[in-house]
Write a new protein. Structure first.
Length: 181
């Protein structure tokens, strides 16, 4: 299966994630989860890695179970995986399940470009885009700049949605599954 949409960023491309990407995706997960490592900072390195691998696998399993039709793509720069994006088509929307970049590639316009590409795809299909973001996550500001609005709260997550100008009058709201971290 090809990526859900092409990337317009000059330095980043998308391709479907494959089984051979597991270790790179684990490294991405570990680099993005300082909160989990902080919780087990008194454990030795081997225990921390085992814990992180269990958390990574649990997240992947939950995503696959909760979003069986999702497109799971890796973000590639110069042949290396630098991130991932997981988008699930749900009825009249595209649900952004996860987008993450290695820390050294954040704030370079890559995420912004990929999200704008997703919004363009959604507008072309007259779909809205929804997501959940952890309360306090700085990415909220990016989502707001891109036109997402606050659409409720689910526990520790803020639900946000983007509706294209042509779809604003439909007013359809789909109850989303509880997000995962």
């Amino acid at each position: 299966m090809k990526p859900i949409y092409p990337s317009s960023h000059r330095e980043a491309q998308l391709r479907e994630a494959g089984t051979a990407d597991g270790e790179k995706l684990f490294s991405l997960f570990a680099a993005s989860r300082d909160d989990l490592l902080a919780a087990v900072s008194n454990w030795d390195e081997a225990q921390q890695e085992t814990f992180m691998r269990l958390q990574f696998q649990a997240q992947r399993d939950q995503y696959r179970c909760q979003y069986p039709d999702a497109h799971w793509d890796v973000i590639i720069r110069r042949g290396e995986i630098i991130g991932q994006i997981l988008v699930a088509p749900i009825d009249d929307e595209l649900h952004l399940v996860d987008v993450s970049l290695l820390p050294e590639f954040r704030n370079r316009g890559i995420g912004n470009a990929l999200l704008r590409d997703l919004l363009d795809k959604a507008a072309g299909e007259n779909k809205r885009v929804t997501l959940h973001v952890l309360q306090g996550n700085p990415a909220v500001h990016l989502y707001e700049r891109l036109g997402f609005s606050h659409a409720g709260e689910q526990g520790i997550y803020r639900r946000m949605e983007w509706v294209s100008a042509s779809g604003a009058s439909s007013g359809n709201k789909t109850q989303l599954p509880t997000p995962v971290s």
